[in-house]
Design a protein around this ligand. Structure first.
Ligand code: PD2
Ligand code: ZN
Length: 269
């Protein structure tokens, strides 16, 4: 550990630990913990809020598919920072249609959580209509929730109810962060229901003809909104340094339907 501070690279330190008789797994874990401690200390000294554990798919060895229990999900793209993973085949076309049809009669102009008060408000930055399902509300919602929990190894109970949004041509969701601003007066009230948001899964329920991608302006990434696919991203602290600023680009032609699952640190109630 003194070697890491002395400027040796992690692989060199790891090899010297193995040469000194450490078990490789034990050495790797010790080294990771030490590095994490140093990174956390550096972050704290810059005034950043502390890091939380985040959901994460099992992507060691770069598998082409992940087992989501009752379905093989495709891994289409991964990015380290911001942490973004694009999945294919999370839902069948029929499952997408079933979610849209269950949501359609309940759509109203979207409300967002108001961090000023802890209540809900109309948001001029989000020109879509939306509704929330309660967790496990119907069979297809329950199936999707179970797949997501398995895919990103995060307790199903930590998920908020699924939100469905519908965008017509011209509608968009301006770039924002999904975590709650720690400095906002309403945030302590919001956090009582399960802590901070630490990850998001946006599931695409139809194919908009043109536009409607999910954009990450900090890294100039745009995810195409393909039916049955999903984009997952995580943020270990409620801070812009995670580079998880993201938005829903304006729909240019056709319409866009998505289902969003937000993941909290603890059980959401
Ligand atoms: O519709 C999207 O692509 C989108 C973009 C940004 C959805 C959300 N955020 C969200 O539901 O948080
Ligand atoms: Zn968002």
């Amino acid at each position: 550990m003194q070697q890491a501070q002395a400027g040796y690279s992690a692989p060199v330190v790891l090899q010297s630990m193995i040469d000194a008789g450490w078990d490789e797994t034990v050495a790797t874990e010790a080294l990771e913990n030490t590095l994490r401690g140093h990174l956390e200390e550096a972050a704290r000294s810059k005034g950043l809020p502390p890091a939380s554990k985040v959901p994460e798919p099992s992507l060691a060895d770069s598998p082409l598919f992940l087992d989501a229990g009752d379905r093989q999900v495709h891994v289409l793209m991964t990015m380290a920072r911001p942490r973004v993973v694009v999945f294919g085949n999370l839902l069948s076309g029929e499952e997408c249609d079933a979610i849209i049809e269950a949501a359609r009669p309940r759509m109203a102009r979207s409300l967002t959580v108001a961090t000023q008060t802890g209540g809900e408000e109309l948001n001029a930055d989000r020109t879509s209509n939306g509704m929330f399902f309660s967790r496990g509300e119907n069979a297809v919602v329950a199936r999707l929730e179970a797949r997501i929990a398995r895919l990103i190894t995060w307790p199903l109970e930590n998920g908020e109810g699924l939100q469905v949004l519908h965008y017509r041509p011209g509608a968009e969701y301006k770039p924002h962060h999904d975590y709650f601003d720690p400095a906002a007066p309403g945030t302590p009230t919001i956090l009582r229901r399960g802590g901070q948001r630490v990850g998001t899964v946006v599931v695409y329920l139809n194919d908009p003809e043109k536009g409607g991608g999910t954009t990450f302006p900090d890294v100039q990434l745009e995810v195409a909104p393909r039916r049955g696919n999903a984009v997952f991203f995580s943020y270990e602290r409620p801070h812009a340094s995670t580079q998880t600023l993201h938005g829903g680009a304006p729909v240019v032609a056709g319409e866009k339907w998505i289902a969003t699952k937000w993941l909290r640190e603890r059980e959401f109630h």
